[in-house]
Design a protein around this ligand. Structure first.
Ligand code: UDP
Length: 272
């Protein structure tokens, strides 16, 4: 299941954070890794990368361990194991991404020897600029949180336009849908839902952009003017991120006397 949170106006190709739950790596096995599933994700992410999109990845740990299931431990210790599970997942997925031709880097919010690099916004931006897929492993670095919080936090920090969530559920229910077959989707949270085999094809399309501009200018009896009107339509590469903009501009000046000149400038822009 993939949810896309989009506020993307694709003036450029944009930066996307992809959140994969641990279970999304396990395929039907539900635990550990399913190599075929991860390879399929890698190939689809590669298509997105080839469009020029900058991609960050956050991965959960539920295919190995979730803090709340380790009741025999204190929560903070159980959550530390969960955070380590997210790092194992990132190392695995990062290697599969490399095997299909992507460059990757793994950042963690705490020191992890030479396995990963310490997260900072500057370091993440440097890697994005080098064309790498940046993995944000280890969640927030704090117990009592989940990687869903982690992905939102990192998205804000690195100024991503879109968060894509690949999860085993399709939204916020009024009770646990795995335990209660009558559970109802809680509310319309303004999120786009996809249930694809190939989430890439559902969520993305090749973008096109149309831009038209009309302008006129002239000069008469001391009056100089320039007027222009423009229309831009950008389909966006993420479905439902299409974008239209109307613009108009008027510049005029009038030389009333040798020593007196009136200048006017107006512009208008409206986006839908
Ligand atoms: N975790 C944590 N702090 C964080 C992120 C994760 O303590 O900021 C721990 C927590 O124990 C959690 C586990 O890591 O249960 C795995 O993350 P999550 O439950 O988000 O994995 P998912 O359900 O997405 O596979």
């Amino acid at each position: 299941m993939l949810k896309a949170y989009s506020r993307m106006s694709i003036e450029n190709k944009g930066r996307v954070l992809l959140k994969l739950s641990g279970e999304a790596l396990a395929g039907d096995k539900k635990t550990g890794f399913d190599a075929k599933t991860v390879l399929r994700v890698a190939r689809e992410v590669k298509k997105l990368k080839d469009l020029g999109v900058e991609i960050g990845v956050v991965i959960g740990g539920g295919n190995f361990w979730r803090g709340r299931t380790g009741e025999e431990l204190t929560r903070s210790k159980a959550d530390q194991i969960g955070m380590m599970a997210t790092i194992m997942n990132c190392i695995y997925v990062s290697e599969i991404f490399r095997s299909v031709g992507m460059k990757t880097a793994i950042l963690t919010p705490f020191e992890c020897g030479s396995f990963t690099k310490l997260f900072s916004k500057d370091r993440a931006n440097k890697y994005f600029e080098k064309g790498m897929v940046v993995f944000f492993a280890g969640g927030t670095g704090h117990p009592y949180f989940s990687t869903d919080t982690g992905v939102v936090l990192r998205a804000i920090e690195v100024e991503a336009e879109v968060i894509l969530l690949a999860k085993s559920i399709d939204g916020v229910y009024d009770s646990d849908p795995k335990l209660n077959p009558n559970a109802k989707l809680g509310y319309d949270d303004g999120v786009y839902y996809y249930t694809p085999d190939s989430w890439y094809d559902e969520a993305f399309h090749n973008s096109f952009r149309q831009a038209y501009n009309l302008s006129t200018s002239g000069s008469k009896s001391g009056l100089n003017y320039y007027a222009s009107a423009g229309y831009l339509k950008d389909a966006g590469i993420i479905n439902n991120s299409d974008y239209q903009r109307y613009t108009a501009r008027l510049n005029a000046d009038y030389q009333a006397k040798n020593w007196l000149k009136f200048v006017a400038s107006m512009s208008y822009s409206h986006s839908i």
